[in-house]
Design a binder for this molecule. Structure first.
Ligand code: 8GP
Length: 866
């Protein structure tokens, strides 16, 4: 390695180990320096965005001080390390988070104030990093935060997509998708590592190694002769630990062509072919989950996954090898967590490296793999149980396919030994599904190649053991476990809800709860205190006012006749991906019933300003539908058109307001969650693996209307189920009901539901434009109405409807008593310690990864300053 030409590095070290001062004056100078030298702006061209960028660069400088120390310390101590491989990271914004972690928000606020900027205004200049889709990606982000706070030697690996999750707009009451080019205004937090580059092989063929090659030092038996080579370039994102010196790394790979497009061919006039190759390489990290409805799209996804797995594994192995330790001990020093099946191809990739590049015998290489890997399943829905056609894999990754066949062969011979004559079992568990086209089952590969397979909540654990992976559970009972998800209390309470955080700190006498979450339990001792209740109500009110302001300046900006938004109303929030199993449909149908009932009631009490004895509600939906998911898009349209009808009805508008907030993302969640009185987690039982927003809401003192599903069950146990509004069929009952439906035993739909469906069928929700086009009746909602009327709807909306209405009515009654409501709310927050991601990550570290914290010793300019 080139160590540079300096002989005496004393001076260099001296300066390097100095931390930049944290006085207001010093920070101001750093910010201004970035304005002038990094951004090349003059004092006449400083706008909010450049002030944000310069501030971000100056904060990044400080992050790098910790980052460098941390990485150096890990290299010296060489602890067992964890690598978290995830195709998604929903990070959200960074500035507030970094300032909170480093404990320097105050001094930055002051520095900026004197420069003429309000820190909070700059927060809004930052675009969300939405390199993910939903729960799985946000969980990965929470786990990074906790791992850093707990001083665990962990790195995340992911992909640096050029386009994040699509931007959602509502046009003519429908979802439209636009590309989310999140990098367009620059991303100041990352470090481009043009020197950390790996070549990833694709296509071509495999042949036996020749005697000459073996003599020459080639260690493997086979040689992969690729037809294409793609380069993976590293981009590092420092992940600061809250109030600790540890700053971890999230390394994201970007694809790049390995030879600049063929100049010769270009000069000969093959312009398109030359550029096409370049494009093909760059496409690999251009979007998250490329459309897989075409064979090319499916191949691109597999390419993306292998690119990700190979670059990460090469990097991990190289780091380990530098220590000079034996590869046989690799699993004692490295744990790799596979977040769902997307990175599962990492298992045969590690085998490839160990066999072909390191020359390990099969048995030893396999033992290393199983010791190293662990796999998390995040859903029982088919999207997490990926399969790849063997011909596609064979063409793209010939050596990997060969290794998978070998893994399967060895595995199946174990199965046959354990269960002689049980060929149907062999067929069920095989990594290769037989059929017209053979398929590689990535979940099976994940289970066979890992020492631990975990679910994300207790019920989900039972379901994967008893149903989804039952045969595997019978073979490897010890491998299966669950770790109930958690959320980081830093982003999801301390940062997003400064009002409530102040009240909590004030009540508990210190801010220790932000790190030692068990402290929150002590809130329960004060739940009946009048003083606390008043402060608690005030905090909720402030959060609601912040949300109202947000709605007024966005959603309602151009509305000539906006509905009045009363902070005393009950705010009900339903935010998550739009999916049939999450049953936003059931909610909007319930809202329409409420509307119809209000109209009935208003007829009886005409002449009054607002309808007496009714708890006014503001109901907010948000979430994105997958672009190809027609039914989910119809549900959005139904919500938006219902909102239009309801919000414009002068009779009900003081008692009921409905919003669909477009383009849901992490930073919108940070405004919505603190303002909620109630949140909806109403999935068909057995379908929501865990849910994590339920935890975020309860942490912010919002109640839950929920089914006996995922983590709702454990939350109910923790806080007492009488404190929540639980309803509906449980997972076992759902199975029984579905079995009855399958036998042809349809249910009669409840009268209330029938009323709502008839209302939709009457054409009440049609827009002016739709009417003008001659559309009548249910219009776009025909299929939804028919399904509801069938009496056999798969998601049990009709079946659960009545008990859902009852739960809603209970909530109305409870909200009418503010004292009891607030006491309950305090107890909810007080009961959430168990759902901190600090607890979850500790469980992973102790039970699955077997790693210990590796706290980085303090330096000057420490975190303690504020
Ligand atoms: C989600 C689950 O739906 C949710 O219940 C759970 O809380 C979360 O993962 C974290 O564990 N699953 C996904 O986001 C998911 O399966 N995404 C698909 C793209 C695979």
């Amino acid at each position: 390695e080139d160590k540079g030409s300096v002989d005496d590095t004393t001076k260099l070290w001296e300066i390097l180990s100095e931390y930049q001062p944290r006085t207001v004056e010093a920070i101001q100078k750093q910010i201004v320096t970035h304005i002038e030298y990094t951004l090349a702006r003059s004092r006449f061209t400083i706008d909010h965005h450049s002030a944000y960028m310069a501030t971000a660069y100056s904060v990044r400088d400080r992050l790098l001080e910790y980052f460098n120390d941390t990485q150096q310390y890990f290299n010296e101590v060489f602890p067992k390390r964890v690598y978290y491989l995830s195709i998604e990271y929903l990070l959200g914004r960074t500035l507030a988070n970094a300032l909170t972690s480093l404990n320097i928000s105050g001094v930055y606020r002051e520095s900026l104030r004197e420069l003429g900027f309000v820190l909070e205004d700059l927060y809004n200049q930052e675009q969300d990093a939405a390199l993910g889709n939903g729960g799985l990606g946000r969980l990965a982000a929470c786990y990074l935060d906790s791992a850093a706070a707990l001083d665990l030697p962990l790195w995340g690996y992911g992909l640096r997509y050029n386009y994040g999750m699509f931007t959602q707009s509502i046009i003519e009451e429908k979802q439209s998708e636009f590309p989310d080019f999140w990098l367009s205004r620059g991303f100041p937090w990352e470090i481009e590592r043009l020197d950390v580059v790996y070549a990833v092989n694709m296509y071509g063929f495999v042949r036996k190694a020749t005697p000459a090659e073996l003599e020459d030092g080639y260690k493997g038996k086979f040689v992969w002769e690729p037809d294409m080579e793609v380069l993976a370039v590293a981009y590092d994102l420092p992940i600061p630990g809250y109030k600790t010196n540890t700053t971890l790394n999230l390394r994201l790979w970007q694809s790049k062509p390995s030879h600049d497009f063929d100049l010769m061919s270009f000069n000969r006039g093959n312009y398109t072919a030359a550029i096409a190759l370049r494009q093909e390489c760059e496409n690999i990290t251009s979007v998250l989950y490329p459309d897989d409805s075409t064979p090319q799209g499916r191949e691109l996804r597999l390419k993306q996954q292998y690119f990700f797995a190979s670059a990460s594994l090469q990097d991990i192995v190289r780091r380990y090898r530098k220590s000079g330790r034996s590869l046989l001990e690799f699993g004692q020093y490295n744990a790799i967590q596979i977040n769902d099946t997307h990175p599962a191809v990492a298992i045969p990739e590690l085998m490839r490296i160990l066999l072909d590049e390191e020359g390990l015998p099969w048995g030893e290489a396999w033992a290393v793999c199983v010791q190293t890997f662990a796999y998390t399943n995040h859903t029982v829905l088919p999207e997490a149980l990926e399969t790849w056609p063997v011909p596609v894999m064979e063409k793209l990754l010939p050596r990997i396919m060969q290794i998978i066949f070998d893994i399967n062969c060895t595995f199946l011979s174990c199965v046959r030994k354990r269960f002689p004559g049980d060929e149907s079992r062999v067929e069920r568990v095989s990594i290769i599904a037989e059929g017209h086209t053979q398929l590689v089952r990535m979940a099976h590969l994940g289970i066979v190649g890992s020492h631990a397979v975990n679910a994300v909540a207790r019920l989900h654990g039972e379901i994967i053991q008893d149903r989804l992976f039952r045969d595997f559970y019978e073979m490897f009972p010890k491998r299966f476990t669950y770790v109930t998800n958690g959320v980081t209390p830093r982003r999801w309470l301390l940062e997003c809800n400064p009002y409530l955080s102040h009240v909590i700190t004030d009540t508990l006498g210190s801010e220790d709860w932000t790190k030692d979450i068990e402290q929150l339990c002590r809130l329960k001792d004060h739940a009946t205190s009048r003083k606390l209740q008043q402060q608690w109500l005030m905090a909720k009110r402030l959060a609601k006012e912040r949300l109202i302001l947000f709605l007024k300046t966005t959603q309602l900006k151009d509305d000539p006749n906006p509905p009045t938004l009363d902070p005393n109303a009950m705010f009900v929030v339903h935010i998550k991906r739009i999916h049939e199993y999450k049953r936003q449909l059931m909610n909007i149908l319930q809202v329409l019933l409420r509307y119809l009932r209000l109209k009935d009631y208003a007829e009886l009490v005409t002449g009054t300003e607002s309808i007496p004895h009714v708890v006014p509600r503001v109901i907010i939906f948000a979430g994105k539908a997958a672009p190809a998911y027609t039914r989910a898009k119809e549900i959005i349209q139904l919500i938006v058109s219902a909102a239009r009808l309801i919000n414009n009805d002068p009779v009900t508008r003081n008692s009921l307001v409905v919003f669909f907030v477009a383009d849901y993302n992490v930073s919108k969640a940070e405004i919505l969650i603190p303002a909620a009185d109630i949140s909806e987690h109403i999935s068909t039982a057995g379908m929501e693996a865990s849910g994590t927003s339920n935890m975020k809401f309860a942490l912010n003192g919002a109640n839950i209307i929920g089914t006996y599903d995922g983590a709702n069950i454990e939350i109910a146990e923790e806080v007492g189920k009488e404190k929540l509004f639980m309803f509906g069929a449980n997972a076992k009952e759902v199975e029984d009901v579905r079995a009855a439906y399958a036998r042809g035993e349809a249910e009669t739909i409840p009268t209330d539901l029938d009323r709502v469906i008839s209302f939709i069928e009457s054409g009440a929700l049609l827009s002016k434009e739709e009417r003008a086009r001659g559309i009548t009746g249910a219009g776009a909602y025909r299929a939804i109405c028919d399904e509801m009327r069938s009496g056999t709807d798969y998601w049990l909306v009709a079946h659960d409807f009545q008990s859902y209405i009852k739960a809603q009515a209970q909530a109305d009654r409870a909200f009418a008593n503010p004292k009891a409501w607030t006491e309950n709310s305090i107890n909810l927050t007080g009961g959430m310690a168990h759902f901190s991601s600090d607890r979850s990550v500790k469980e992973y570290a102790d039970r699955i990864w077997k790693v210990k914290p590796c706290p980085v010793p303090g330096q000057t300019g420490s975190i303690e300053e504020e």
